[in-house]
Design a protein around this ligand. Sequence first.
Ligand SMILES: Nc1ncnc2c1ncn2[C@@H]1O[C@H](COP(=O)(O)OP(=O)(O)OP(=O)(O)O)[C@@H](O)[C@H]1O
Length: 335
Amino acid sequence: MIELHHLNKTYQVDGRQVTALQDIQLQIPAGQIFGIIGRSGAGKSTLLRTLNLLERPDQGRVLIDGIDATALDQAGLRTLRQQIGMVFQHFNLLAHRTVAANIRFALELAGELDASAMAARVAELLALVGLTEQAQQYPAQLSGGQKQRVGIARALANQPKLLLCDEATSALDPQTTQAILQLLLDINERLGLTIVLITHEMAVVRAICDRVAVIDGGSIVEQGTVVDVFLHPQHAASRNMVAEDGHAAVLDLAGKLHSVAGKLLRLTFVDAATYEPVIAEVGQQLASPINILQGSVGRIKDRPYGQLIVGLQGDVSAAQAAFASRGVRCEALAA
Ligand SMILES: Nc1ncnc2c1ncn2[C@@H]1O[C@H](COP(=O)(O)OP(=O)(O)OP(=O)(O)O)[C@@H](O)[C@H]1O
């Protein structure tokens, strides 16, 4: 478990103060994939770097499994950092070392294994990220996705309990992004390690995260499960992020449907309800037609969801009760 308590960070730029982090309060459960999403300049990198104290907060505490990282001496910090791997947007590989030697470098720095143990560990890591065949190639001979696989293998070399990902897929095309996200998901499930990632894309959060915090202007403006934040964003910054992931219509439609007769409802289906003929059943039960006006379906991590705006001629409370009894959230919207 990682706990951030009242973190503040200000930079001095040309004699003026730039607030990068403002009273950050976060709890990141062990074993989860936790996303921090925000626009450029929101404070994501600064926040991520406070987790391994690459950036020291001006105020506040960073607790990792109950240990206050901000109070550690240099030796304590070195030990802590060995338990934290980091993956970078631009890979940060050593150009003159082969793939295997790039991964081995992390083991050499830790200095805990002899040569044969290092070779065995490197082979294991290459297999984990699917690069056994490329072991003797140099970074310049690799695709972006392969470079990031090396970056991930290197970050995992010393068996960290926490992996920090700094826009790990932002330099990759959409297909490669999906492959790298699946690799991170696989690693999280197989090794049980906690992953904290920063991104400016809700699609990344939706694909693999369990929980998400939205950062805006250096403050956390919203946090929760991805299902809650994605389907019911409360803050304007979160709504914009969701909208950019192609979910705008359902979120913003309500105000544009003045001409529709009846009441407007937003229905949210998650998991099993997604596959049931709920609309038809409720329409029959209430003996009033339900008119589908707009909709969106997809997946949040491994969970199917659907969100519909419907028009209803009948009684809203009865409809809400009927939908609730079938596991569907139903909100009345102001038309
Ligand atoms: N070393 C620094 N010196 C001065 N100002 C900084 C420094 N690092 C960050 N900042 C400022 O702090 C604020 C937050 O920056 P940060 O890099 O954390 O944001 P970000 O959300 O990661 O942005 P991006 O997605 O563009 O990387 C910005 O206003 C930035 O200009």
